[in-house]
Design a protein around this ligand. Sequence first.
Ligand code: C5P
Length: 223
Amino acid sequence: MMIITIDGPAGSGKGTLARRLAEDLGFYHLDTGLLYRAVGYAALERGVDLGNEDALVALAADVPLTQLNKTVLAGEVIGRAASDVAKMPRVRVALLDLQRRTAHRPPAGKQGCVLDGRDTGTIICPDAPVKFFLTACLHERASRRVAELTSTGQPADFDQIYQMLQARDAQDAGRSVAPLRKAADAHALDTTHLTVEEILFFAKTIVRDIMDPQRLDLCEGAA
Ligand code: C5P
């Protein structure tokens, strides 16, 4: 099973790259951030204290992977709640199996899996043959988040998003379990000044070198 991991902070372009690579390669795309968002959202909805690890673990055990609504889960308030629940070691353990199982046995018809998140290359799939780590400056990432949210009709104030991303980055990179880190063998890319097509080109060039030659035709455009 071919596995590609893409990690990085919010707005670095990892989600878009993961989606586009998965589409082009016929792979399943697992957005691991959605799982933490689903737990954060369920906690907010049910009035569960974000510090109550036992209750959060119970919510994590029930995350309905195939029924997650990206638009509902997209906002920064839920992003913040996701980051709060994601620093709890037992919540992460509760979501680990689901992620590894999906990576190694994606839904029928899929030849592989592209995962994106914070720890997919370091903890979830440390043996993945292709890993990427994307970054971009905070200003650019905040601009992208604002554009993304407004495109789906959600309100977004630049200064507020900027500050919330900054706080979330600090919490995600500073936590004691599975902090945001580049895996030693990940290909790093600063996407600040790159278009989506340029990011895709970079990634496909690397994927092409590693993948089964029979599938190289799917990567055309990176020649
Ligand atoms: O990527 P996204 O912004 O949807 O992630 C929401 C939050 O979920 C992150 O800020 C992070 O705290 C957490 N997360 C994580 N590990 C992952 C993916 C997301 O801790 N693999």
